[in-house]
Ligand binder design. Structure first.
Ligand code: MG
Ligand code: ZN
Length: 307
């Protein structure tokens, strides 16, 4: 723990300015820390965390910083930017972004409860087939379950148009470059949906296997869609996402032979990080395996907690 404290102080001394999506980095890090490792540090050294994260973000320039337990930046090389930032002052924490998001997520959940809506948060990398899963699933839903969709994308209405063409109520959220959906975005979208006429709400998150898992939306079920074409190593490389899954769908099963996809290796990787999430292997293209997933979804809906 002393090492961790020391690292924080060192980083704080080095840091920082506001970076793009600065608050995301802070809340991502806090959620990691609160959930898993370092609650004391988060409360006592919030300013330092703030500074440390933005420092790492500035050096890495990516949404998700390379922080691993505890505070070990992996694989970043000091760059001239580091020297520049080292002369800048630390910015104090002014609010707890994570709490703010979680608060809105709770409001969303209450809204779902009022309206009898069961919400699914679909997360996957780009091109894994989230939209195809929504279409294939909604086609097979029992007539008593009516679907609705929130589409999250960096830009465009392409996926929302596909959904709307099937006569399913849909709202598009364009994040304008943001790499995940958050609870306030969902709250803003809800008034644009006929919630009284929706039983299952599919929320298609932005294509990204990293940070979407760290932002509560108020949904009931995390559905992670992996696909054969991405390779069988994804649970090993993106454990956070697969840990957060309540159910995992492996899409594009028709390509297993083409890609020499090792299903057992994938399954073992999933089990390493998540023993409880069922895995469904399916192909939205051929329809193989989709019925089993939809049957499970029906069962889950019937057994849902009415909170
Ligand atoms: Mg899509
Ligand atoms: Zn993000």
């Amino acid at each position: 723990m002393d090492v961790a404290y020391g690292m924080i102080h060192w980083m704080t001394a080095c840091v920082v300015e506001r970076t793009r999506r600065f608050d995301d980095h802070v809340s991502i890090f806090k959620s990691y820390a609160i959930n898993q490792y370092l609650p004391t540090i988060v409360t006592k050294y919030a300013e330092c965390v703030h500074a440390s994260i933005s420092f790492l973000a500035a050096v890495r320039g990516s949404c998700y910083t390379s922080v691993q337990y505890p505070f070990r930046p992996v694989g970043f090389a000091p760059r001239p930017l580091f020297l520049l930032l080292s002369t800048m002052p630390t910015i104090p924490v002014i609010q707890n972004i994570l709490s703010a998001n979680d608060q809105v997520a709770l409001e969303n959940r209450e809204r779902f409860f009022e309206k009898g809506v069961f919400a699914l948060n679909l997360m996957a990398s780009p091109g894994a087939g989230k939209t195809s899963v929504i279409l294939a699933t909604s086609e097979r839903l029992s007539p008593s379950l009516r679907a609705g969709v929130i589409e999250g994308d960096l830009a465009s209405n392409i996926d929302a148009d596909k959904i709307a063409a099937r006569g399913i109520p849909v709202v598009q959220i364009n994040t304008g470059g943001g790499c995940h959906l958050d609870a306030p975005m969902i709250r803003a979208a809800l008034p644009n949906l006929p919630l009284d006429d929706i039983d299952l709400l599919f929320i298609e998150n932005v294509g990204n296997l990293v940070c979407p898992a760290n932002f509560q939306l108020g949904s009931h079920l995390n559905v992670v869609v992996a696909s054969v074409s991405e390779g069988h190593d994804k649970p090993y490389k993106y454990p956070g996402m697969f840990t957060a899954a309540d159910v995992v769908l492996l899409n594009k099963a028709d390509l297993i032979d083409v890609f020499e996809f090792d299903v057992d290796y994938f399954r073992r990787g999933l089990l390493m990080v998540n023993e409880s999430a069922p895995l469904f292997i399916l192909s939205c293209k051929t329809g193989e395996g989709v019925d089993e997933w939809v049957e499970w979804l029906h069962q889950t809906w019937h057994n849902r907690e009415r909170d």
